[in-house]
Design a protein around this ligand. Structure first.
Ligand code: SIN
Length: 521
């Protein structure tokens, strides 16, 4: 794209560090940079805290207890030994200090305790915290606040940074494109209320979260369109492991009534003893894996889908535990929707987490100068082909802090900004809605839990066409929905291409012979 004179924009801004996104990874990056004395701008599309995936996280945040090596082994085993051991070392070795320092001491998060004992650091007293257990964890090591851990961390984190003198949080502000010059990233074009403002930064940290909007069923909030990944890839940054899309096995699917919306049923519920039953009321997980309901998430998700396909439905039987007592928030969600949880909660898989993303090192540095990525939009190597439960908040926290510290100390440079033409072509009615529908249908049918080489070829053809149709409009408009569609189509292509190029079934990437079109389902 050719450059636009800066005076063609009404305004431009400068900041030491620009963070795009406001989940735990972005907020940790902002904190890390501000602690180093940087002036930080956080730009987020979200208008409310619920707009960030972190707010929705239920299960919790895993920490290291008596045996850090076992924690590392569990991460590697869940990933089918595809995670990067050096990255896993960083995550586990820094887990407890990061949780104590930021979450407990700075933000005052009160994790559930067993009552009585002093509980002020994850490793202070093995019995003080009510450590939860989730699938593929060898021991109970998950700190939580009921099943609303994300919210309990995210709200005080946002409040803390809102009050911080060196941090400006700009909400309802979308990043449309990165500004880059001679292989260096110098900031981004930010849009609010249709106004586009180039924001030049000494360093730019992407923390835009996941890709749930690429699929019809997802646990992510709306707007999870892969913005950071697409912007980075379009600027020339490396991405990796894009084929590894994790599906959560136990999502209540919801119904047609708008009040009957889907919701995640945390893996912590299975950790407390809940069992999965098929359409005939039979328990099936022991036939699939020796760890039964606590097998790695990819195994459980595929088993649940197989049982839904063959027996009609799967329910989560919560009768072995005191469900309402231990998970009051989830019991309320069931009751609000008229779901009689005593008869088992209907569940099925839904897109949950992208294990890959912008390829970064242990400081969150991407392959382009002054560009960083943290959290779900990044690929640190911690997750490999399948993420261990309750490691995503932790990864966001640890890498966010590291990247923020590393990114400070660089002065912003004002350079040529990308050209946005102010033409307004007649856009067909429902353009974005129709294209999103086609994109999601394609991803669901061809790039979901099971993938065949033929289907992946078909999906690439559809997505390439779709991206071309979107690109024809996007360069002439600054409308946010068109950019989201552009980012979604670029990201969908990256996922599909990576899946087509990887001939090995591993973790979340499961290859089958039969194309979906001829599969009996
Ligand atoms: C859950 O609570 O089941 C989700 C936890 C996670 O994805 O790490």
């Amino acid at each position: 794209m050719s450059g636009t004179e800066l005076e063609d924009y009404d305004d431009y801004r400068t900041t030491d560090v620009l963070v795009v996104g406001s989940g735990i990874a972005g907020l940790a990056a902002a904190l890390g940079a501000a602690r180093e004395g940087a002036d930080v701008t956080v730009a987020t599309k979200a208008t409310r805290p619920e707009g960030a995936s972190s707010w929705w996280a239920q299960g919790g945040i895993a920490v290291s207890r008596d045996d850090p090596d076992q924690f590392k082994e569990d991460i590697l085993a869940a990933s089918a030994d595809t995670a990067d051991p050096a990255a896993v070392d960083v995550l586990v070795d820094e887990a407890n200090d990061a949780v104590s320092d930021v979450l407990v001491d700075t933000l005052g998060v009160e994790f559930d305790t067993n009552g009585g004992a002093e509980a002020d650091a994850p490793d202070a007293d093995g019995d003080a915290f009510d450590f939860g257990r989730e699938a593929a964890h060898d021991e109970a090591r998950i700190l939580h606040v009921d099943a609303s851990t994300g919210k309990a961390i995210h709200v005080p984190f946002l409040n803390y940074l809102d009050a911080h003198d060196d941090v400006t949080v700009r909400d309802d502000t979308a990043a449309l494109e990165l500004v880059s010059h001679e292989g260096r990233v110098n900031g981004a074009l930010l849009e609010r209320d249709g106004e586009v403002t180039p924001t030049f930064a000494g360093a730019t940290i992407l923390a835009t979260g996941g890709i749930g909007d690429l699929y019809p069923r997802s646990t992510n909030p709306d707007g999870s369109t892969g913005d950071g990944i697409a912007m980075a890839a379009l600027a020339g940054a490396d991405v990796a492991d894009m084929e590894y899309v994790q599906f959560h096995p136990t999502v209540y699917p919801g119904g047609d009534d708008p009040d009957d919306g889907p919701f995640l049923v945390s893996e912590a519920v299975r950790g407390e003893g809940a069992r999965l039953l098929d359409g005939e009321g039979e328990r099936f997980m022991p036939d699939y894996h020796e760890d039964a309901e606590l097998a790695p998430r990819d195994v459980v998700a595929r088993a649940v889908q197989t049982e839904i396909d063959t027996t009609g439905e799967v329910r989560l039987d919560v009768s072995p535990l005191d469900f309402a007592g231990e998970f009051p928030g989830l019991a309320e969600k069931c009751e609000a929707r008229g779901v009689d949880w005593e008869s088992g909660i209907p569940v099925g898989p839904a897109e949950h987490f992208l294990c890959g993303g912008v390829d970064v090192d242990t400081r969150g540095r991407a392959s382009l100068d002054r560009l960083y990525a943290v959290g779900e939009c990044s690929r640190t190597g911690v997750h490999g082909a399948n993420r261990l439960a309750s490691t995503s908040l932790l990864e966001g926290l640890v890498w966010g802090l590291r990247a923020g510290e590393d990114a400070s100390g660089l002065d912003p440079e004002v350079v040529e900004a990308p050209e946005l033409l102010d033409r307004d072509p007649a856009l067909p009615d429902n353009f974005a809605r129709e294209k999103f529908h086609r994109l999601r249908r394609t991803m669901d049918e061809y790039v979901g839990l099971r993938r065949s080489p033929d289907d992946l070829g078909r999906a690439q053809a559809v997505l390439r066409r779709l991206k071309g149709e979107v690109d024809a409009y996007v360069r002439t408009r600054t409308a946010r929905s068109l950019y989201e569609l552009r980012h979604a189509s670029v990201t969908a292509l990256l996922v599909t291409r990576a899946a087509a190029e990887n001939g090995e079934s591993v973790g979340t990437h499961n290859l089958v012979e039969e194309p979906a079109t001829t599969r009996a389902d």
